[in-house]
Design a protein around this ligand. Structure first.
Ligand SMILES: CC(C)(COP(=O)(O)OP(=O)(O)OC[C@H]1O[C@@H](n2cnc3c(N)ncnc32)[C@H](O)[C@@H]1OP(=O)(O)O)[C@@H](O)C(=O)NCCC(=O)NCCS
Length: 424
């Protein structure tokens, strides 16, 4: 049983702290899921399951999938949340495909959302312990007693870091390390970033990107309607990028704000169906899931190199090789990460040393990689990016009449995801 992707959309992706500052990931997810189902032509009660991804969890509503589903689908549609760092909505689509292929569902909505404007800010470990102890006190004295040991620094709030829990290294520091270890020049990172902005600007201007976007009416007065991504800089230049200071290693670094994906708010969703059901409903699929793979590396190594390991496995499972791939979408966490992955894919030495393969895996011509720009320009709401990439790939495969496409996404924890899509 094949899994068809029949429709999808996303909200605008906007820099955190801007137009969606008062919206949560749940609010954004509602817009994407409602609109994706509407675009499929199906009704809410056709949906058998909702699988939704997020990375920065709302501690008050940890099962984002159920909260989104309760708001926009019939209450009888079960929902579960997946969290595989930046692979979360890729995993949601893979889970949808597994449910369909096992015959457990015919129609599954999959996607993800994140709001970096709404991060859970918690209290220090010491204050947390005091609060727990105080809550058990039976008298006023017993409730106040734990706070006798309170020090001013216990009151400092704790904000989540975009850092590896196991090593303490941030994503940006890991990208910096990869740039150094793989010899990725600053000028090449900047050129990739510029290309991302220019191609995204072209995709916006000619309507390809807007066609994937569901507008968001912004509370409280709904006077503002967000319809477009707000991180794309059509006027960016190599000179402006070259003038930026490195962020993660100020002295010897090469990674700047310009060659990094920004902190972003947004949501995405696709509608997956069994091929049989799609045919029965007379729905023309955008394309099909052919295969997928996930790999994991030691986070202390090349943290964001996962796609170079996952892509060859997904291709093997598809019975294809890289030369069959006519279009590719690679998540751009950083210019240094994209170029490190492409370098590894084209390296015979990497293939022999790391993959036990005689020849390099290869990669398509950069002309057919991220043809409408990537996460550096468009932004990267962690849980939403995977479904954005999948939808963009499928839409562009149709425009160019490409039979096979590849999505890759690197993720925290040293994970890498790859999915091969086919049109017919
Ligand atoms: C890199 C990072 C720290 C930068 O944050 P920031 O300082 O808020 O970035 P800004 O957008 O304000 O950019 C800083 C400066 O660079 C400039 N700049 C950024 N991109 C530019 C571009 N393409 N062209 C020209 N200038 C650019 C901005 O105008 C700004 O200039 P200013 O200080 O004069 O206003 C932040 O985006 C980040 O943490 N990104 C990584 C997120 C991450 O790890 N994601 C996980 C990956 S999977």
């Amino acid at each position: 049983m094949k899994t068809a992707i029949v429709a999808g959309c996303r909200t605008p992706f906007v820099r955190s702290g801007t137009v969606f500052r008062d919206l949560t990931a749940i609010d954004l997810g509602k817009v994407a899921v409602r609109e994706a189902v509407a675009r499929s032509g199906l009704r809410g009660d056709d949906v058998d399951q909702l699988v939704y991804g997020t990375v920065v969890h709302d501690t008050q509503a940890p099962n984002i999938a159920r909260e989104v589903g309760l708001a926009v689908l019939p209450k009888t549609v079960p929902a579960f949340t997946v969290s595989r760092a930046c692979n979360s909505s890729n995993q949601a689509i893979a889970d949808a495909a597994m449910q369909i292929e096992l015959g457990l569902a015919d129609v599954v909505v999959a996607g993800g959302a994140d709001s970096l404007s709404h991060v859970p800010i918690t209290v220090s470990e010491r204050l947390a312990k005091m609060l727990v102890e105080a809550s058990k006190g039976r008298t006023l004295g017993a409730r106040l007693a734990p706070f006798r040991k309170l020090r001013p620094k216990d009151l400092i709030p704790v904000t989540p870091a975009i850092a590896e829990h196991s090593t303490g290294e941030t994503m940006g520091q890991a990208a910096e390390r990869m740039a150094k270890e793989n010899g990725i020049a600053r000028a090449d990172q900047d050129a990739w970033a510029l290309r991302s902005h220019q191609l995204a600007a072209a995709g916006i201007a000619d309507g390809r990107i807007p066609s994937e976007i569901a507008p968001v009416y912004v509370p409280p007065d709904f006077g503002t309607v967000a319809e477009t991504d707000n991180n794309v800089r059509p006027d960016s230049s190599l000179e402006a990028l070259a003038a930026l200071r490195p962020v993660f290693d100020r002295k010897f670094g090469t990674v700047t704000a310009g060659s990094s994906s920004p902190l972003t708010d947004g949501a995405s969703a696709v509608v997956a169906m069994s091929e049989e059901r799609a045919r029965a409903e007379g729905i023309e699929p955008l394309g099909f899931v052919r295969s997928w793979a996930v790999t994991a590396l030691d986070p202390a190594g090349q943290l964001l190199q996962g796609p170079a390991y996952a892509a060859p496995i997904a291709l093997d499972r598809a019975g294809l090789s890289m030369k069959d791939i006519g279009l590719m979408e690679m998540h751009e966490a950083f210019g240094a990460q994209v170029l490190s992955n492409l370098q590894a894919l084209s390296s015979r030495d990497f293939a022999q040393r790391e993959l036990g393969r005689a020849e390099a895996v290869g990669h398509p011509d950069p002309e057919v990689i991220n043809v409408m720009g990537g996460s550096i320009a468009i932004g990267h709401p962690f849980g939403a990016t995977g479904a954005r990439l999948t939808l963009t790939l499928l839409n562009e495969m149709a425009r160019r009449d490409v039979q096979f496409g590849l999505v890759t996404v690197c993720a925290a924890g040293g994970m890498g995801f790859a999915m091969v899509m086919e049109r017919r």
